[in-house]
Design a binder for this molecule. Structure first.
Ligand SMILES: N=CN[C@@H](CCC(=O)O)C(=O)O
Ligand SMILES: [Zn+2]
Length: 426
């Protein structure tokens, strides 16, 4: 057993192991335990990696002789973050394009000139599997240090069969060997490769790559691939091609979780709701009908505040989306265009640019983002029976983490994944 004691505050988010998400006003009502005398504790069964008790120390019962104790030092505990949208496997960076965008070029202009995803695709095709893994390892170390212990992570910088498979293998290796949990996503429809067409790329994905993924899954390889993604956008994949690809993914057991209505409105959300997509990301240009359809389909809206901020886009109508009862999650969208992997920064941006309250931002970055990758009842909250994925902060209040924008490396003392310490501040 691992016992974390001397805590002043425990942010449980919810105190059961059945709730899968919070919507509307419930996002504001976090379950929080407080003790001015710092008598709160969390007990973890290290054999299962699950939480066995949350509450006052005097209620924990008889401790086993081999109990390991962590002193919470009067700080607070909260669930570690689930990052609902990342592109962490790639070679090279695009700092030169950042300068172009600052000078006024739009995302689509950069891509049309052969940059953007195409630039990163060239570099990623050239890179060896080993070097992609080593780069990913460094990124994941920084994600864990900033409090993230579970991510959704996409392929999508290969676009051809072999490089997409290479990226998925890198993610699979990371998921079994690095201290982070990965829900991998096949995103071979991230862009139409140079020299191809939307139709040809759609056919390639449906006829060749998806069957190859199915085969690999059947053989017990690619254990972490769970989702299928398409960049559904003008100039990339239209609604019809997107539906075809997502349905082909669904037929081999992948959950649709895709990019929709980021730069232009084309009706991707209405289609996604109709086919039961588990999540849709970006949504800057979502329609009123789209919002209503997401609420009734229980599709998570995975909002990405750093992307809208960096590209100077009008942020999605987050208040309207929340007030309409949609399940709202957050993601860092870490990628060579939006090079921010810190979920505390993402929460701060969500509060400032999208008008979320701090409570709503935390719900979106924990239980609701867990829901967007099918882990809503096991991750993203601190209650008995849930996975012991949590952070210990040096501050007495959890919300300092959002308020002290960019200061998370100072505030996060310890990160625990499945009952094991995976980061301790030096
Ligand atoms: N919008 C599409 N895909 C990524 C960007 C990828 C890239 O520019 O490399 C995103 O979510 O922001
Ligand atoms: Zn993305």
């Amino acid at each position: 057993m691992l016992l974390i004691k001397n805590l002043r505050q425990i942010v449980q988010v919810v105190d059961d192991s059945t709730t899968e998400y919070l919507i509307g006003d419930a996002m504001k009502n976090l379950k929080i335990l407080s003790s001015p005398d710092c008598t709160l504790c969390i007990a973890i069964d290290t054999k299962t990696g699950k939480i066995s008790y949350v509450g006052e120390e005097n209620g924990v019962g008889i401790l086993p002789p081999d109990v390991e104790v962590i002193d919470g030092k009067g700080g607070c505990a909260l669930p570690s973050f689930v990052d609902g949208h990342t592109h962490p496997v790639f070679a090279g960076d695009r700092v030169h394009e950042f300068a172009m965008k600052l000078a006024g070029a739009t995302y689509n202009e950069v891509q049309a000139a052969g940059g953007g995803i195409h630039f990163t695709t060239d570099k990623t095709r050239e890179a060896s599997e080993e070097s992609l893994f080593r780069d990913l390892e460094k990124i994941i170390t920084r994600m864990v240090q900033s409090g993230t212990t579970t991510i959704e992570a996409k392929s999508g910088y290969g676009l051809d069969e072999d490089t997409e498979m290479k990226m998925l293998r890198v993610l699979d290796r990371a998921s079994s060997s690095l201290p982070i949990e990965i829900s991998s996503t096949f995103c071979g429809a991230h862009a139409v490769p140079r020299g191809s067409t939307e139709e040809k790329q759609t056919q390639l994905i449906v006829d060749r790559v998806i069957p190859r993924i199915a085969e690999a899954k059947k053989k017990g390889e690619l254990k972490s691939v769970e989702n299928i993604d398409v960049f559904c956008e003008t100039g990339n994949f239209g609604v019809q091609s997107t539906e075809k690809i997502l349905r082909a993914g669904q037929s081999i057991g992948l959950a649709p979780n895709f990019h929709a209505e980021e730069l232009t409105y084309i009706g991707g959300v209405e289609m996604g709701a109709r086919i039961g997509a588990r999540g849709m990301s970006h949504l800057e240009e979502i329609s009123q009908e789209g919002i209503i359809s997401m609420a009734s389909a229980k599709s998570a809206a995975v909002l990405l505040p750093s992307t809208a901020f960096i590209l100077r886009l009008t942020p999605p109508p987050a208040r309207k989306i929340i007030d309409s009862g949609v399940i709202v999650a957050l993601g860092s969208d870490f990628n060579p265009n939006a090079h921010c992997l810190s979920m505390p920064m993402i929460m701060s941006l969500a509060c400032i640019t999208m008008k979320l309250s701090m409570e709503e931002a935390l719900v979106a970055a924990t239980i609701n983002s867990a829901y967007s990758i099918g882990r809503g009842s096991s991750h993203g909250a601190l209650s008995s029976g849930r996975q012991a994925d949590l952070l210990l902060l040096s501050s007495p209040r959890w919300d300092n983490l959002i308020y002290q924008m960019g200061d998370h490396s100072h505030l996060i003392n310890i990160v625990i994944k499945k009952g094991k310490i995976v980061h301790r501040k030096q």
